[in-house]
Design a protein around this ligand. Structure first.
Ligand code: BJW
Length: 256
């Protein structure tokens, strides 16, 4: 009797083996990560079922306009997320990525602001959207343009102030409509020149990050995606594996 599940299992096993073989022989490995990589650690994703906060969507809060309108509301969202993340630890996906980052020629580009890759020991990490543990001056004072680290949970004051000018501080993250740091974009683009480009746990809808996998493919990289579900990137990659990053990556690592 035809067993669709068995066929799917064999296909996944094949895809894992193909990806592992590519990674094994790769000189230059690039991994792009999104919120799904931290989901198993307990960090809510943006667009999943847990993506709403008090009925607000990320798109409604992660903008300079939202902050300008209601800084306290946006800071409450960030304070809640900082508290949640403070209680989270890197999971098996972060650990595999950190281990692979020890290989010369391996680079990791993340959209995540939770710092869990850094805590897992990932080297050559590009944080495209900044860090939730860093602040900068909203009022634009010269000294406050350079982000400072503040890991206090809860924050000392709400909303926090700039230590340089006493103005309003903001999370040093990249909101919709804002430019990413030039050096991060350059590093991410350089990382698309690789043998294997693996995109993990991202909905692949937010640019410029979502364009990197296509750029890597255009330059001849073998491309692969690991995600719980299909994304706009799935049809354009060589291998799309459906499953949790925290279970799939350790399986690939065993085969590598
Ligand atoms: C699992 C899992 C498990 C769950 N295992 N998987 C070109 C075309 C169209 C639009 C644009 C374009 N260029 C620029 C734009 C505009 C805009 C944009 O992309 N809009 C789109 C929504 C259409 N981009 C920008 O504005 C960017 N700036 C820019 O380009 O500047 C120049 C410019 C400006 C203006 C106009 C034109 C050009 C800035 C983007 C900044 C994004 N910022 C945020 C917030 C960061 C701070 C914070 O965290 O608070 O970044 S928004 C949010 O989305 C966050 C994330 O990093 C980002 C991506 O989300 P991610 O990581 O993919 O998470 P989810 O939740 O979407 O998906 C999770 C996935 O995991 C799902 O697929 C699950 O299935 C999966 N998953 N568990 C594996 N266990």
């Amino acid at each position: 009797m035809y067993d669709g599940c068995e066929v799917r299992r064999v296909n996944v096993q094949n895809d894992l083996a193909v990806l592992a073989a590519r990674i094994r022989s790769a000189t230059r490995l690039t991994i792009l990560t999104g919120a799904g990589v931290s989901a198993a650690s307990g960090v809510p994703t943006f667009r999943g079922q847990d993506g709403l906060w008090r009925q607000h969507r990320a798109e409604d809060l992660a903008t300079p306009e939202a902050f300008g309108r209601n800084p306290r509301l946006v800071w409450e969202w960030y304070a809640w997320r900082r508290e949640t993340i403070a209680g989270c630890r890197p999971n098996a996906a972060h650990e595999v990525i950190a281990a692979w980052s020890q290989r010369a020629g391996s680079r990791t580009v993340t959209q995540n602001v939770d710092d869990l890759h850094a805590r897992a020991g990932t080297e050559r990490l590009v944080r495209l959207h900044g860090s939730i543990w860093e602040l900068s001056c909203w009022d634009g004072c010269a000294n406050g343009a350079t982000p400072w680290r503040d890991e206090r949970v809860p924050l000392a004051e709400m909303p926090p102030r700039c230590p340089h000018c006493g103005g309003l501080a903001r999370p040093a993250v990249v909101w919709f409509g804002e430019s990413l740091r030039g050096e991060d974009v350059r590093a991410a683009l350089q990382a698309t020149a690789c043998d294997v480009f693996l995109t993990v746990g991202t909905s692949a809808i937010v640019y410029p990050a979502a364009g990197l996998v296509h750029e890597a493919r255009r330059q001849g990289a073998f491309t692969a995606e690991i995600n719980l579900e299909a994304t706009p990137a799935s049809s354009g990659v060589d291998v799309a594996i459906h499953g949790g990053a925290e279970t799939i990556l350790p399986r690939v690592a065993e085969l590598v």
